[in-house]
Design a binder for this molecule. Structure first.
Ligand code: MRU
Length: 360
């Protein structure tokens, strides 16, 4: 791949740190595809808001933002001793942890930053802050390699010319680069696989239409946008040979939380005999969570269903709504879970822990 053109050169990096200016730079994903606006964030309240309002979104990108956020918050501390700095770190950590509940990468990144802090016990505050900077940069740079590796494993399961369906956005802007479910589409594009990708629009916030269709199109991938309720017909018409999705939390038994609507796609795929692959960095696998019932599903405000993307409301004022942001796909519907360390098949209780053994 090194000799090939980087097809993602036109797709923007969605989250990065400007350490010289103590600023987190976020591509505001709520404005895509119409406007490409970068936000320069310094205050913890603004970073919390950016995560909550999905300006930065997608499990790995949330983790990266949280790592940088907790670093910046700790850097702003005036503490002069290690213990005081640790106390300030914990306040920032707890605050950012309250932004969104489902994507485990948020908690994973914050815990990883705390582990690093503990390894620096007793050191001068400037050295501890430098260590946190290093750790937050590692979370970002490792994610790029992880996504590429997931892409390679996923590509090994696919054949040129296949029709692929995806739901929500598990792409380059949801990660450091490449994405998870979209990584094999990008690698395949570079290698002439000629995939035909179908992107579910993904109601209510349209991550499939606004983000997946946008970034695949920018990279020259053959992408067709469909409404969520069209997944069945494209499968029935033989247009889909594999479904690839990302995830926000995978339980030990393989039950997988991902964007609302994912479980319906998995049920359809089972009906039509189409393999259903979950692309999951190890940071999204929560072995402490036994099964899907233990996953906290985020509920979001009504206006995301009724008014958010419309010039005029498309529902009667005051109508009751129910807006779960994620659902859990039962492990029995999942053909394989693709990690950076290999491909896990059922029984997932046995295969998922093995993936971690390859980890350093
Ligand atoms: O609410 P969102 O947009 O953050 O939901 C994102 C998803 O469901 C993605 O599929 C998931 O986080 C994986 S991103 C690689």
């Amino acid at each position: 791949m090194s000799n090939q053109q980087d097809i993602l050169s036109s797709v923007i990096q969605s989250v990065r740190l400007d350490d010289a200016n103590d600023t987190l730079i976020i591509l505001d994903q709520t404005l895509l595809p119409n406007e490409k606006v970068f936000l320069a964030l310094q205050e913890m309240k603004d970073i919390w808001d950016a995560i909550y309002h999905l300006r930065v979104r997608g499990a790995p990108a949330i983790g990266i933002a949280a790592g940088y956020g907790v670093y910046l918050g700790t850097k702003q501390s005036r503490a002069e001793t290690y213990d005081d700095l640790y106390a300030d770190f914990l306040k920032v950590k707890e605050y950012l942890a309250s932004s969104r509940p489902t994507a485990v990468n948020l908690f994973w990144a914050l815990d990883r930053m705390e582990s690093r802090l503990k390894r620096e016990t007793g050191k001068p505050v400037d050295e501890v802050k430098a260590a946190l900077l290093e750790e937050s940069e590692m979370i970002r740079s490792e994610d790029e390699q992880i996504c590429k590796s997931i892409g390679e494993f996923a590509l090994s399961l696919l054949k040129p010319g296949m029709g692929l369906l995806t739901h929500c956005n598990a792409g380059t802007i949801a990660t450091a680069k490449y994405g998870t479910a979209l990584a094999p589409m990008y690698l395949g594009q570079e290698r002439g696989y000629d995939f035909k990708v179908y992107a579910d629009e993904t109601r209510p916030l349209l991550q499939g239409a606004r983000l997946t269709a946008w970034e695949l199109k920018e990279a020259g991938v053959d992408v067709t946008l469909i409404c969520d309720n069209m997944a069945s017909i494209v499968m029935k018409e033989g247009k889909i040979q594999a479904v690839l999705v990302g995830c926000d939390r995978v339980a030990k038994n393989g039950d997988t939380a991902n964007k609302i609507g994912t479980s319906g796609v998995a049920i359809l795929a089972k009906h039509y005999g189409i393999p259903f692959y979950v692309c999951a960095p190890l940071s999204t696998i929560d072995l402490n969570c036994k099964h899907g019932d233990d996953i906290h599903i985020e509920l979001r405000p009504s206006e995301e269903i009724t008014t958010k993307f419309y010039a005029k409301p498309q529902a009667p004022e005051g109508v009751q709504t129910y807006n779960p942001c994620f659902d859990v796909t039962d492990h029995s519907l999942i053909t394989a879970i693709i990690t950076e360390n290999g491909i896990a098949y059922a029984p997932f209780e046995e295969s998922l822990p093995v993936m971690f053994k390859h980890d350093k």
